[in-house]
Design a protein. Structure first.
Length: 300
């Protein structure tokens, strides 16, 4: 890969190299040669940190600070997903420009979607959606526990679980004979759009995140959000305005947030419109224009 990259950058008219990566020792060691080659060849180099965890942040800030600073020395600008990660990079002494951007929503996913047809009746069965990798760290087991509690309390709910991952077998074992939980597997395209359209609330009680596409997609389809305050989510969600934050690992507080929405149709309606309108900032067409502006600013 290094040889192919080196040859292609030499032979092409490349002006900018963008490295999409996560913050971590393995990522930095893997990507440092790409940044180094770019600088040797006189190309501009941008690093886009799309993955970020508090654990890796501490490791890179204290134990491997020298390695991270060496990596950043060979860049001309950085893009990150949250103000918090921006401040962390600045605290390391990075003096060049750090842009805050987002992941994006494919405009095509919303073709045919009409927000006016998304009517939520609190007296009907409420559909909760979890769409992410099926990993313990995504908070899926806390969500299942919360749904069990809601059913026990007499609430009419349905939980849709979409995705693939290492925890799939354990999840299947836990939800066996639970008629209110449906496992969808990995979905994409029209199937994904249909599931977002049919769902009422999006839940992601994850332990760590960067800026998950699924949250932005849920916003685009007008879904109220219940998430943990991790990664870039704290920058796009305002408590009570377009969603709720819950502490990591607290299924009891997750239950409370869901009940609050079930019992307040006006609040749901407000969040539906707020998220639908706000999400237009995250459409691919909008994000691409902003990235292009970053490129032009860097070249100038």
């Amino acid at each position: 890969d290094y040889i192919s990259y080196f040859i292609n950058v030499i032979l092409s008219h490349t002006q900018i190299v963008q490295i999409n990566t996560s913050l971590g020792v393995k990522s930095v060691l893997r990507d440092l040669p790409f940044a180094f080659y770019a600088k040797i060849l006189g190309k501009k180099c941008i690093v886009f940190f799309r993955g970020w965890s508090s654990e890796n942040e501490k490791l890179m800030k204290y134990k491997y600070k020298w390695l991270l600073k060496l990596y950043l020395h060979h860049t001309d600008a950085l893009i990150t997903l949250s103000k918090r990660s921006q401040h962390t990079l600045q605290s390391l002494g990075y003096k060049k420009k750090i842009y805050i951007e987002t992941t994006l929503v494919d405009d095509n996913l919303l073709k045919g979607f009409d927000i006016n047809k998304k009517i939520i009746r609190c007296s009907d069965k409420i559909t909760l959606l979890f769409l992410a990798r099926l990993e313990k760290e995504k908070g899926i087991f806390e969500l299942i526990e919360a749904c069990d509690s809601l059913i026990y309390q007499g609430f009419q709910i349905r939980l849709l679980i979409a995705g693939k991952g290492r925890a799939e077998k354990e999840i299947l074992a836990r939800v066996r004979n639970k008629e209110y939980i449906e496992i969808l597997g990995y979905i994409t395209g029209k199937d994904k759009a249909q599931i977002f359209s049919e769902s009422d609330i999006y839940v992601l009680p994850s332990y760590t995140e960067g800026m998950p596409n699924s949250v932005l997609e849920a916003m685009a389809f007008g879904l109220p959000l219940i998430v943990t305050p991790v990664g870039g989510l704290t920058d796009i969600i305002k408590e009570g305005d377009n969603g709720f934050f819950i502490p990591i690992g607290r299924s009891d507080l997750l239950v409370e947030s869901i009940i609050t929405l079930i019992n307040n149709k006006n609040l749901i309606t407000k969040m539906v419109w707020n998220n639908y309108n706000k999400a237009q900032t995250y459409y691919a067409s909008s994000v691409v224009k902003r990235i292009e502006n970053i490129y032009m600013e860097l070249l100038e």
